[in-house]
Design a binder for this molecule. Structure first.
Ligand code: DOR
Ligand code: ZN
Length: 351
């Protein structure tokens, strides 16, 4: 995996992952070290079954994550609550003000994996959103409409216009993270909007477009939500990430599913990239001639958006003369999980 004479090294502040799925039980135990190896902190998604809705559930999940962390590794899970139409504003206020949770997650009902408890009627969460604006708690948004009349490739753009902009207009002061953006429409919206807004981009959406999923046979391990769009959108994401724009930062959306759940007649959405994300990102930023912006994207802009200090320690990325080989799978007690295949040589690794 390493060669004796690295061609180049790049030392950056230790990165954070501002959107991560860790799951629970055997899966949590298997995937947590993959993230903790490189990342100091991560915003942990609450879409368990049942979802993490209350402060008490978030406290329990936090304890299980801490418990699953191997001896000698350090990692801070930043907890989130899953917004439902029954979320109690007082419970949320307590969870946020006590430091137990960092953000609240909005899934439109039916948008993705385990989102059945999400929001159908946005009027029913008005009081919660107003409380969040008052206390400064950020809203993380899965930005896709779910109505069947909207084409899956248009769901993000339609969400911005019909849901996100109205929510933000009705709730001044609400800090929003638009997660895993996949379109030039989202790039334009986030970079042009007034007020507190940021966006995360995944590693895979910087490396794949919809052809990767569909050309030459259907590739379930490239299927995620929001689904990868046409190449021009990927190029817009790469340009904004490589520019170091302060509103744009890394959220891997690394989302493990067992292989048999992906390789199925109705395969689950999710790409597992925790293992090789930092190496892949170095490859992307090198291709964009923007290695000097990788630290902003992975380690600085996210903490600034969330009002947290950047990490003090550093990681070093190493550029090799030959492509690096990463494990194809991570084993769990219940079966293997396939690691994201960037579909091109990657010459970087984390030292
Ligand atoms: O591809 C995805 N997988 N997108 C999501 O929004 C959820 C995630 C998961 O939990 O598997
Ligand atoms: Zn996600």
């Amino acid at each position: 995996m390493t060669d004796p004479a690295p061609l180049q090294t790049l030392t950056i502040r230790r990165p954070d992952d501002w959107h991560l799925h860790l799951r629970d039980g055997a899966m949590l135990k298997a995937v947590l070290p993959e993230t903790a190896r490189h990342f100091a902190r991560a915003i942990v998604m609450p879409n368990l079954v049942p979802p993490v809705v209350t402060a008490a559930q978030a406290g329990g999940y936090h304890a299980r994550i801490t418990e699953a962390l191997p001896e000698g590794m350090s990692f801070t899970p930043l907890m989130t609550l899953y917004l439902t139409e029954d979320t109690d504003p007082a419970d949320l206020r307590h969870a946020y003000e006590s430091g137990l949770v960092t953000a609240v997650k909005l899934y439109p009902a039916g948008a993705t994996t385990n989102s059945a408890s999400g929001v159908r009627d946005f009027d029913k969460v008005r009081a919660v959103l107003e409380t969040m604006a008052e206390i400064g708690c950020p809203l993380c948004v899965h930005g896709e409409v779910t109505t069947h009349d909207v084409d899956i490739f248009d769901r993000e753009a339609v969400f911005i216009e019909t849901v996100l902009e109205p929510i933000r207009r009705a709730t001044p002061g609400l800090k929003v993270t638009m997660e895993h953006i996949t379109t030039s429409d989202a790039v334009a919206y986030v970079t042009g909007a007034d007020g507190a807004i940021g966006a995360t981009i995944t590693t895979h959406h910087l490396m794949i477009d919809r052809n990767h999923i569909l050309v030459g046979g259907i590739k379930p391990h490239y299927y995620c939500l929001p689904v990868a769009k046409r190449r021009t959108h990927m190029e817009a994401l790469r340009r904004i990430a490589a520019s170091g724009h302060p509103r744009v930062f890394l959220g891997t959306d690394s989302a493990p599913h067992l292989d048999h759940d992906k390789e199925s007649a109705c395969g689950c959405a999710g790409i597992f990239s925790a293992t090789n994300t930092m190496a892949c990102l170095a490859q992307v930023f090198e291709e964009e001639g923007a290695l000097d912006k990788l630290e902003a994207f992975a380690s600085l802009n996210g903490p600034a958006h969330y009002g947290l200090p950047p990490n003090e320690d550093r990681i070093t990325l190493v550029r090799h003369a030959a492509p690096v080989r990463f494990p194809a799978k991570v084993a769990t007690a219940t079966g293997p999980v396939t690691v994201f295949d960037p579909g091109r040589p990657v010459y970087w690794s984390v030292a």
